[in-house]
Design a binder for this molecule. Structure first.
Ligand code: GLN
Length: 288
């Protein structure tokens, strides 16, 4: 079978699902399997494909048709200009989270430029937030926590790939328990988290990719989705320096509730930042 025939087969098989781009996804999967650029696929339509690649391609197309995330097939996701290794068991980095990262990068560059800072990240998953911050901000040290073994394995792979071993450390544990032995109380400049925030009963309404294949542990924020904010906010006061910053990703309808939670705990300068769709996505505050 040649490239064009195989792509056509991919398009036919994927075509029944309306929100995929069947041709683009077929090209991406084939270029991954052949280890070539997409442009090679475009320009070599009559090139013969080895049978084993044909089999792998059709296997991936079948998985994808059932909603298996493309990032788990390609074992990779780009985030804020960096390539992250990804596998089943960790949340796929999302463009929404880039807003949180961008806000922190700007804040540090404007307010704390070149000052050594300690940053804590709770629930690091693939490590994309911790590692992206450390990659772009040379003055920070990051202590990142996750409770999950797969997440820590993946985060460590990404840290090695990005050569950030000297400034990012990963710890296993439940939120602040992961760093409780480090004596960081009162020494942290920034605490950041994209915790699980989907209300338990809203999980069945998520896209099939997310609800069927991404880790529930990384999504489920309890009855109202606010469980982790309620745990993190009061505890963060022990760890932050006075004037330190707490920055969260939030669900689109949680802005006001998380803002109130911060206010109740004595945080000041609270802002809610919107995502590309104009929905509330990030809440930040400063310990007064
Ligand atoms: N933004 C993710 C989603 O909508 C949820 C991530 C999270 O719970 N932190 O699928």
């Amino acid at each position: 079978m040649v490239i064009n025939e195989l792509l056509q087969l991919g398009v036919e098989k994927l075509g029944e699902r309306e929100y995929l781009d069947p041709l683009l996804e077929s090209i991406i999967i084939l270029s991954y399997l052949q280890n070539v650029d997409k442009s090679y696929i475009y320009t070599h339509g009559d090139k013969e494909i080895p049978e084993e690649i044909v089999d792998k391609f059709l296997n991936f197309i079948e998985k994808r048709k059932k909603g298996y995330p493309l990032s788990y097939i390609l074992k990779e996701k780009e985030f804020y200009g960096l390539d992250f290794y990804i596998e089943e068991g960790v949340l796929v980095p999302r463009p929404d989270t880039e807003i949180l990262v961008e806000w922190i990068i700007n804040k540090v560059n404007n307010e704390f430029k070149d000052k050594p800072l300690n940053v804590v990240e709770l629930g690091t998953g693939s490590g994309c937030i911790a590692l992206t911050l450390a990659y772009y901000l040379k003055n920070i040290k990051v202590f990142a926590v996750d409770i999950d073994e797969v997440a820590l394995k993946v985060a460590n792979i990404n840290r090695d790939n990005l050569n950030l071993n000297d400034r990012v450390s990963f710890y296993k544990g439940d939120l602040f328990n992961g760093i409780s032995s480090l004596q960081l109380e009162g020494k942290i400049d920034i605490i950041v988290s994209n915790p699980p925030y989907i209300p338990t009963n809203a999980i069945p309404e998520l896209q099939i990719e997310v609800r069927e294949y991404e880790p529930k542990k990384a999504l489920d924020g309890g009855e109202e989705g606010l469980l982790f904010y309620k745990k993190i906010v009061p505890e963060s006061k022990k760890y932050l320096k006075s004037g330190g910053i707490l920055a969260f990703e939030i669900g689109y309808d949680q802005g006001i509730k998380v803002k109130k939670l911060l206010e109740k705990n004595g945080f000041k300068d609270i802002s809610i930042i919107k995502d590309f769709q104009g929905l509330d996505r990030v809440v930040v505050g400063r310990l007064g």
